[in-house]
Design a binder for this molecule. Structure first.
Ligand code: AMP
Length: 428
């Protein structure tokens, strides 16, 4: 399968070859013909899948020749970094087409952007706030836009851009092609897609987990009340220096942080109830290694720019399986190595099954290490030890999934925690 087979014209195929791409990625194979055919597209894809080329290449082709007037294609992105990156891709892939791309985003002087717009373009890549501002001041004409892309739509909604997006959409011609890319599908995303897209081609790429494939992932099956002890043990005994820990609730994040600090781990929580100052401080402390563990809720972590983390821990599994991929994507970026560990209590078995279904594979279950369990802290009692027997746990995961109705093996009291797991069925 080549890019030419997908229907791309020679000057685009040439640019792609010059980038060193040998074959299209799965999302490119599905999206390029659909976009070329003028269809609306709803694609579940995150960074690393080749999603940018998947929409940029066919848009460049559909635009045909240079007009460099008012923009005919519009790409909205949540952040200026992404806007700059997408614009660079447009220029790279379009280098033999003569098409002109302009990028505009907030946080910098608007003057050069206004001047660039005056000289005309074919593609416009923008963040919603600045775009709307310029459009409302008549500095930008959006009436020629034939194709509109919402890139990382889920992040745009998380960042509160929904009203800006709505306003922008009103300024576009009704007759147009719409493409929407999102790493996750929340109710809000579904609703936006329902309103925006007409009979869309839905693309769900298995390889969106390609990034996840590079990450060493495993699961510890552990009773809820032991999670904090296991986590403290993993951090201390593994000599971890930087770990992002996900909890489901703000309250849970606070409590776990206190418990980790009680176990001698430098930790801070970051979530919506914290002041902006506290969040900025915690993040700076984390980035500069003054704290080891940053405990975050899903939403709080979304807005954070932390990359290439060595360790991510799902202290609780997310309710939405796609969030799992999102969370662990924070480790092992740029080809580095990283580990993602999930602490799964018996009541979370259905959530794990959903995640494995999405990943299309089961996650390996690691043997529980012997982690100390602090007795009632106030009593100052000596540490009791849970002597997890590696042999008793090694095949636990597989049997737990493969043998409906079979309980995992338990060997006396030492392995008692695992015996409390419910009977499980293999994910389908
Ligand atoms: P994206 O998912 O759009 O952020 O792209 C991730 C990375 O994959 C970028 O560095 C692209 O240059 C690269 N890439 C995109 N398509 C291909 C391809 N067909 N073969 C190899 N690399 C690609």
């Amino acid at each position: 399968m080549s890019f030419t087979n997908l229907g791309l014209k020679p000057e685009l195929a040439r640019a792609v070859a010059e980038k060193g791409y040998a074959t299209p990625t799965p999302i490119q194979r599905e999206a390029i013909p659909a976009v070329l055919a003028g269809r609306d597209v709803l694609a579940g894809a995150q960074t690393g899948t080749g999603k940018t080329a998947a929409f940029v290449l066919p848009i460049l082709q559909n635009l045909a020749s240079q007009q460099a007037g008012a923009p005919r294609a519009l790409v909205l992105t949540p952040t200026r970094e992404l806007a700059a990156q997408v614009a660079e891709s447009c220029r790279d892939y379009g280098r033999h087409t003569g098409l002109r791309t302009i990028v505009i985003f907030g946080g910098v002087s608007e003057k050069p952007q206004i001047e660039a717009l005056r000289s005309g373009c074919d593609l416009l890549v923008a963040t919603p706030g600045r775009l709307l501002d310029l459009a409302q001041r008549q500095l930008l004409d959006l009436r020629q836009v034939r194709c509109c892309v919402l890139d990382e739509a889920d992040r745009m909604l998380d960042m509160g851009f929904i009203n800006d997006i709505r306003q922008i959409l009103k300024l576009l011609p009704r007759e147009r092609q719409n493409l929407m890319f999102s790493a996750t599908y929340s109710e809000d995303i579904r609703e936006l897609a329902g309103r925006l897209l007409r009979n869309p081609v839905a693309i769900e790429v298995a390889a969106r987990n390609a990034a996840a494939e590079r990450i060493e992932q495993h699961v510890y099956r552990v009773p809820k009340e032991h999670k904090r002890h296991l986590l403290a043990h993993l951090i201390v005994s593994g000599n971890w220096h930087q770990v992002l820990v996900f909890t489901r609730t703000k309250h849970g994040a606070n409590r776990l942080t206190e418990q980790l600090v009680g176990s001698g781990v430098r930790a801070a929580a970051i979530h919506g109830n914290k002041s902006q100052g506290a969040r900025v401080r915690a993040l700076a402390d984390f980035k500069e290694n003054r704290i080891t563990a940053l405990v975050a809720t899903e939403v709080a972590a979304r807005g954070l720019d932390i990359k290439e983390l060595p360790h991510v821990v799902n202290y609780e599994l997310p309710n939405v399986p796609e969030y799992y991929v999102h969370r662990i994507g924070r480790t092992a970026r740029a080809g580095g190595s990283g580990s993602a560990v999930s602490l799964v209590s018996p009541d979370e078995a259905p959530l794990l099954r959903d995640i494995e279904k999405l990943l299309r594979r089961s996650l390996p279950v690691a043997a529980l290490p012997a982690y100390p369990v602090a007795a009632a802290p106030a009593a100052g009692a000596p540490l009791a030890r849970v002597a997890a027997v590696a042999g008793a746990h090694r095949h636990e995961g597989r049997r737990w999934q493969a043998g409906p109705g079979r309980r995992p093996p338990s060997r006396g009291r030492a392995a008692a925690p695992s015996a409390s797991f419910p009977r499980a069925r293999r994910p389908v």
